[in-house]
Design a protein around this ligand. Sequence first.
Ligand code: 3PG
Length: 459
Amino acid sequence: MNQIGIIGLGTMGANLARNFASRQIKTAVFNRTIETTKEFIANFGGEGHLTGYETLKEFIDSLESPRKVMLMVTAGPATEAVIEQLAEILSPKDIIIDGGNTNYKDTIRRTEQLKAKQINFIGCGVSGGEKGALEGPSLMPGGDLQVLEEIMPFLEQIAAKDFNGNPCVHPFEGIGAGNLIKTVHNGIEYGLMQVLADAYEVLRKVYNLKPEGIAEIFKDFNRSELNGFLLETAIQVLEKPDTFNKSEKLINYISDEAGSKGTGGWTVEAALEYGVPVPTLAASLFARQLSAWPEQRLKDKALFPRPLADQITKDPLDIFTAKLEQAVWLSCIVSFMQGIRLIDEVSLKNNWGVYTGDVVRVWQGGCIIRTQLLKYFPLIENGKLLESKLPTTTNSLAYVYSIAAKFGVATPALSNSFDYIAYSTDPNLPTNFVQGLRDCFGAHTYKRNDRDGVFTENW
Ligand code: 3PG
């Protein structure tokens, strides 16, 4: 009998199946298009422990009880359709594991629906791209603890390793918790990528550096605590030669219209719903959205002339890059902080048992946002500061942000990180003024800083 079944043989599903099989776990695979299954088995069946099935029934019948079926199908209607089919043929106590980028609210709903048939459901965040799926992803399964315990031995075998060599997987207690954690992982991913884009932007527009020059600076950064998957990828992207213009870099020919598939937006939605500010992550999403308006940007260019735009600085580059490194460092830390605080709050409000120390541990290996910086986390747990100091100040962030602004260059992730830190560490904010305005025009009331109670003024 097979020990686990994978439905969906796209790149991620195919590689996960091969990963399970490579650990001597007997793995059944099924794909809606039979040809894909045949091709997969023809290519990889020789690796052993992999069996393809042409019908869902045969696939299900080949699994030992309780069956463990992992869905690697596009989130949304496709996943919904497979779950409906499975609900008809699975037995009580069987477990469906959804490994797609599913909205955690869908997981809560599906878990409830399947409960009626006593079928267990786990939403499992999977990160690592195709390579991670094959060699070791970061896994974020969430749901009922008892059910999670049944699948953990399998997930532990295929997961990446954390800084201490333990598997990058943890049973996150809470229906939907795994998907929410993966969603916020992606939201942080948007932030980290925008931080690097901001650094690239200042270096090319204020210092007139070419991609290869920026790659060298990023290589230096990558030798520090900033070391991580996205920085390594950034270097690769900057160094890739173009196929059509052989003496030039591809990056110069990639259109600046950025896409997004939804999880960054879900992160911001959750932040709004739970009242947790994530300005760096939101600004990174909005930057992509602005980028996707090319015609509007051309029109707006005529509206807002930028004084020093298209000029370059004569200030020494080495001093600037040292400050830039610290600015990138802080902005990455802040991106993580915002995401982690969001997970903490959603967990608290939903009575999940998620400890964000486990979350950051699981992100130490395999996933897209893995970086040495994670050694600083968790900084805050349930609103409580766990460590009192980070080894840098915001001076560098302010410096880089102000130089960029002077030359008319936007750095949405860096500037929002600066504002986040400045606001979240200030015991005397100008929001007393906002409160005054609100009470003046709308009798919205205000609190005082010298006595208790709620007040309104006859303005
Ligand atoms: C993914 O989940 O594939 C990405 O890491 C996030 O995708 P996006 O940038 O297309 O939203």
